[in-house]
Design a binder for this molecule. Structure first.
Ligand SMILES: N[C@@H](CCC(=O)N[C@@H](CS)C(=O)NCC(=O)O)C(=O)O
Length: 213
């Protein structure tokens, strides 16, 4: 399998954690989102992923974009260990957190959105930071409340799941963008624990071959 990704892309980070958790071998192919005007926009890559976003997974004849679709594909092909453990109620809670982070929050802070704000709408750096603060705080405030209800050692109960796969990269992004995490003690506690897991640690952006200082 080949995973096209970028070291500090949150969606690529999700796919790496899932691949590692399931102990699947893969070749990591870096796509530099800032170099050459963004390698994700180049023709060769767009043939794999017409959206011009990372990650893309290639598994033989199968070419997949969207990290959650990639992870569900892996889950169906390699069900053990499961990223959707437990009863329907638990799996529902897992999917809800995954979607809150991957489908509601991340698109608002994506590179192309930040570039549009800056280059087309000419917002100042302070306004761009206010945008990031606003969406992170809104999402994490709701998430902290949700975690009070459903978390245990991990986001949902005491089993590692897709919710954790989505949490780690989003908190990493928040730290990178200087978001104040002081109001989210539970989120921080779960995040710190997750970083210690070997399959999460190996997926960390700084551990990737395309990592930059
Ligand atoms: N929903 C997509 C999001 C993919 C995505 O937004 N990827 C970002 C990096 S995290 C990207 O490639 N951005 C490039 C750009 O904005 O030009 C997924 O989960 O795969």
């Amino acid at each position: 399998m080949e995973l096209y990704g970028y070291w500090r892309s949150s969606a690529s980070y999700r796919a790496r954690i899932a691949l590692n958790y399931k102990q699947l071998d893969y070749n990591y192919i870096p796509v530099h989102l800032l170099r050459d005007g963004g390698q994700q926009h180049q023709q060769a890559y767009r043939q794999l992923n017409p959206n011009g976003l990372v990650p893309t997974l290639v598994d033989g004849q199968v070419i997949l974009h969207q990290s959650l679709a990639i992870i569900e594909y892996l889950e169906e092909k390699y069900p053990t260990p499961s990223l959707l453990p437990g009863a329907p109620r638990q799996r529902g809670a897992i999917r809800a957190i995954a979607l809150d982070l991957a489908s509601e929050l991340q698109p608002l802070i994506n590179l192309r959105v930040q570039q549009y704000l800056k280059q087309e709408l000419q917002v100042s750096d302070a306004q761009k930071q206010a945008w990031l603060d606003h969406w992170f705080q809104q999402s994490f405030t709701a998430l902290e409340k949700n975690l009070e209800e459903v978390s245990g050692t991990y986001c949902v109960g005491d089993e590692f799941s897709l919710a954790d796969v989505c949490l780690v990269p989003q908190v990493f992004s928040a730290e990178r963008f200087g978001i104040d995490l002081g109001g989210y003690p539970l989120l921080q506690k779960i995040y710190k624990g997750l970083l210690e897991l070997p399959w999460v640690a190996a997926a960390h952006p700084t551990q990737q071959p395309d990592a930059e200082a």
